[in-house]
Design a protein around this ligand. Sequence first.
Ligand code: OFO
Length: 171
Amino acid sequence: MINKDVENAINEQIKKEEYSSRLYLQMATWCEVNGFSGAAKFLYAQTEEERMHMLKFVHYLSDRGGQSIMQQIDKPPFEFKSLTDVFEQVFAHEQFITASINEVYEVTLNKRDYTSGSFLQWFITEQIEEESTMSTILDKIHLVGNDKAGYFHIDKELESMAAVRTDAPIE
Ligand code: OFO
């Protein structure tokens, strides 16, 4: 049976992963209506990935004799100033998620739940990739500044990145 504090911490993380999925879904719709179809595809793919993260936690709790409790989720923002604003918020959100995963890991250490600690290693590694991907995209967006042609190319690149993400096997 999983330790109650670890179970609660994972349930909080499930809520955050679900929020991430909804946040990126909302951002994808903004991109779609504002002419950034590539960015929209990328964020739709990211929505699925966040759902996969959430489910990974859900299944883990079930496997350990715990229970996932679905919680009330805040309404994500739906208006953004620009594509730059979108990806600045994505990057900030991923940094928040990294900090949150680290906090859950700390609970597992405090409770000497090494099994859950080992399970969380996957997420710790995943967050390195999540942050690095978003920061690279953001750097490119900052580089083009207000150049419309530059935005066009970035949108195309995000479309290619979305294709790779959609093809990637879900673990
Ligand atoms: Fe689940 O990694 Fe992003 O939020």
